[in-house]
Design a protein around this ligand. Structure first.
Ligand code: HEM
Length: 343
């Protein structure tokens, strides 16, 4: 399968392969040996995510391991096609598969555990002729690092900060020198009442281009029609381990749930390539359409194993920004998929 032949997965499974490639290309032996000895940053990141989750947990994602699949549809507004010629933004109803998830690679993490936040939503738009495009977002507006290397630095600092770590612990030192990571780590992230009452944020920017060739950078915001509702700390402490999945099943048995998918438009002077820089509420927002979820996917536990969501699975009319975090994600995800599929 294509994914298992990706560069990061290949380098992990067969470090020698890199040395062989380097030798064939005439790369000096010392460089080839170093390349063979050092796993890529994506591989190191997935290794650390697995370690932090007490894993590896065979057959599960290295991050956002606990999830649930649902189905529904998306219908775009007339405003959407003024921004982008993307096939799913032209107004026709598009079937979707959605995966809601808890953060971390812990497959049985209780849904109200603070580490389950930010939660995730991955949305796959199923277009005619088998084409697909994805939005992969989290329930927090911002990210702790602007590069993969910095994100790995944070994960490694957390991994080195066990109960016996000397003060200041590596993670305290890291947060001291990285204000965005500190803001992310210390911001309150109260447990949601329901996946139907939780907003999600795209964090990375994408370039939308319309049929006339006009372009604008945007960031997704996925806003629940039922409003943003959170549990009190006392209610979160009493919540059942699978309350979010149980709640979703109970709500969907009574009727669909809905979200507005919106985008913020970049303003002059915005850094579109830095996921740590939050775009404030003064940004113009355009509603792209309504996402309606109507059922859990039967046999979803089996299906989610082989599903590979990818924020760079795009269609004409939407292009990635040059945000290094965005560009690093598919490589890291491919490593995780390569380890999961077939287990
Ligand atoms: C360099 C930064 C990041 C790294 C290394 C990373 C790593 C990962 C990995 C390894 C997975 C598991 C993929 C799989 O096995 O299918 C994953 C899943 C996920 N990530 Fe990231 N991630 C990063 C940034 C982000 C950002 C910025 C967002 C959202 C704005 C995000 C949202 C998600 C979500 C929602 C999932 C679950 C997807 C699903 O349900 O299949 N990640 N991430």
């Amino acid at each position: 399968m294509l994914v298992s032949l990706s560069y990061p997965a290949l380098s992990r499974r067969c470090p020698l392969a890199l040395a062989v490639v380097a030798a064939l290309l005439g790369t000096p032996t010392a460089i080839a040996a170093e390349a063979a000895a050092t796993p890529s940053v994506a591989v190191q990141t997935v290794d650390t995510l697995e370690k932090l989750a007490g894993g590896p947990h065979a057959g599960f994602r290295a991050n956002h391991a606990k999830g649930v699949l649902a189905t529904g549809k998306f219908v775009a507004t007339a405003e959407a096609k003024k921004l982008s010629k993307a096939a799913h933004l032209q107004g026709a109803a598009v079937p979707v598969i959605v995966r809601y998830s808890n953060a971390t690679g812990v497959p049985n993490l209780p849904d109200a555990n603070p580490n389950a936040s930010p939660h995730g939503i991955a949305i796959r738009f199923q277009l005619p002729e088998g084409r697909v495009t994805d939005i992969v977002s989290i329930s927090f507006d911002g990210f702790p690092a602007a590069t993969l290397e910095d994100f790995l630095g944070l994960l490694n600092a957390i991994a080195a900060s066990g109960p016996d770590a000397k003060k200041p612990t590596p993670v305290e030192a890291f947060l001291g020198g990285h204000p965005a990571a500190k803001a992310f780590a210390t911001a309150p992230k109260p447990a949601p009442v329901s996946y139907a009452t939780l907003p999600f944020f795209g964090v990375n920017a994408f370039k939308f281009t319309n049929a006339a060739g006009a372009s604008v950078y945007t960031r997704y915001r996925i806003v629940p029609v039922a409003g943003d509702q959170r549990l009190s700390d006392a209610d979160a402490a009493k919540a059942a381990p699978n309350y979010l999945v149980d709640d979703l099943a109970a709500r969907l048995a009574k009727g669909p749930i809905a979200y507005s998918i919106k985008v913020q438009l970049a303003k002059d002077g915005d850094d579109v390539n830095d996921a740590t820089k939050v775009w404030d509420s003064k940004h113009v927002e355009v509603t792209l359409g309504t996402l309606t979820i109507d059922a859990l996917l039967p046999d979803g536990a089996k299906a989610e194993k082989s599903l590979f969501f990818n924020p760079l699975l795009l269609v004409d009319g939407i292009a990635p920004s040059a945000d290094p975090i965005l560009l690093a994600r598919p490589g890291a995800y491919a490593v995780s998929v390569g380890r999961r599929v077939g287990k």
